[in-house]
Each structure stands twice: as structure tokens, then as C-alpha cells.
Design a protein around this ligand. Structure first.
Ligand code: SAH
Length: 194
């Protein structure tokens, strides 16, 4: 593994992610929305996450900036990053597959919304966020730069930290006892840990 190949792996990961998301994005636009939770606040959080997972790393991968924050490349770390990115894409695919048309970029409830508790959702309540965390870890392992590398963890960490409580409140307000029971028997992101 060379620094150049590590950058290509990052691009491949981003492309794979988009290929998985695209059909769901198209389909979800056609499913009418019943309720949106604080769209402006949510939009700002999404922009922060986008900056960390895409804008900063793409600047590094294309222009090599910020050079000042570079550190020596370790092939082994980058190999590990490639494996973690592949795991992120598998998790991402499964979460999209199981959530189907109830997926949304911002916090919203669809008119025909049902609570999904099967597939990967049987084990954790936020498998898609788990996949984003894996992506962010992969980015840190693939890009030997103290800013572009960890930016995804910081950006997505902010989105997750400030969103997940509101999302669960929204789900509880919509599905009541069914969601409370579901939350009582599942973990948020990592079974047995959190
Ligand atoms: N937090 C989840 C889903 C991310 S997409 C995950 O990480 O996998 C965000 C949207 O998914 C929310 O607006 C909500 O409407 C919907 N959602 C989240 N959990 C759900 C569930 N168990 N069943 C149905 N819809 C869900």
C-alpha cells in the first residue's frame, strides 16, 4: 500500500457509499413526509458532518492540503483502513436495505412510517450511524494527516452527539410504547457497549 493507493481506496469508498445511497435517495423523495424535527438545526449538523467526512478529506486527497499537518504514512494502518471502509459499506448497505423507504437525510417521519425492528435493526437502533463511524475511522487510518484524517470522526461525532437523542425522542413520540420496548431490548450503536 502506498499513499497514492490509500487515496484511491478513499475515493473507492466514497463512490461505493454513493452508489448504495443513490437509489434510496430517489425513492425516499417520493414518500410523503408527515413531520420534520428542527430542519434548520439538523441542516447545520449535516453540513458540519459533510465538511468532516468529505470537504476536508477531498481537499487533502486532491490538493494535498493542509500539508503542515502531514505525518509519515504507515502501510499497515492504511490496509486496516481499507478493511474498515469495506465493513462500513457492508453495514451501510444492510441498514439501507432494512430501513427501506423510511430512511431520510434529516429527521423526519413519513406518512406511512412503520417502526423497523428487523434485520440489522434487531441488534442496534442506529446501524447506519455505526457505519458512518466505521467510515470515519477508515478515513483516519487511510489519510496520514492530523486534520483531514480525524475530521470525519469530529464532524460525524458532532452530528451523532447532538442528533441521536432528538431522533429517539421523535421515534418515541411517534411509536410510543412500541419504541420504548424496542429501545429497552437493543443497544444504540455497539451491542453490549453503547
Ligand atoms: N438512526 C438510524 C436511521 C438513520 S436515517 C440508523 O442509524 O440506522 C434517519 C431516519 O430514520 C429518521 O428520520 C427516522 O425517521 C428513521 N428511523 C430511525 N430508526 C428507525 C426505525 N427503527 N424504524 C423506522 N424508521 C427509523
Amino acid at each position: 500500500m502506498t499513499p497514492f493507493i490509500a487515496k484511491l481506496v478513499w475515493w473507492a469508498g466514497i463512490t461505493g457509499w454513493y452508489a448504495i445511497r443513490y437509489p434510496h435517495q430517489r425513492r425516499s423523495r417520493k414518500t410523503p413526509i408527515a413531520w420534520r424535527v428542527e430542519p434548520t438545526r439538523d441542516g447545520i449538523l449535516l453540513a458540519i458532518s459533510f465538511a468532516g467526512l468529505f470537504i476536508l478529506p477531498v481537499t487533502y486527497v486532491t490538493a494535498g492540503e493542509p500539508r503542515l499537518a502531514d505525518y509519515p504514512f504507515h502501510p499497515l494502518l492504511a490496509w486496516f483502513g481499507a478493511v474498515v471502509f469495506a465493513a462500513a459499506l457492508i453495514g451501510f448497505y444492510l441498514a439501507h436495505h432494512d430501513l427501506g423507504r423510511f430512511w431520510s437525510v434529516t429527521l423526519e417521519i413519513r406518512q406511512t412510517h412503520r417502526l423497523v425492528t428487523t434485520g440489522v435493526y434487531r441488534h442496534v437502533r442506529h446501524p447506519m450511524y455505526a457505519a458512518f463511524f466505521l467510515w470515519a475511522v477508515a478515513q483516519a487510518l487511510l489519510l496520514p494527516n492530523w486534520i483531514a484524517g480525524p475530521a470525519g470522526l469530529v464532524g460525524f461525532g458532532i452530528l451523532f452527539g447532538l442528533r441521536v437523542g432528538r431522533e429517539e425522542q421523535m421515534m418515541e413520540a411517534t411509536f410510543g410504547d412500541a419504541y420504548r420496548a424496542y429501545a429497552a431490548r437493543t443497544w444504540r450503536v455497539v451491542p453490549g457497549l453503547f
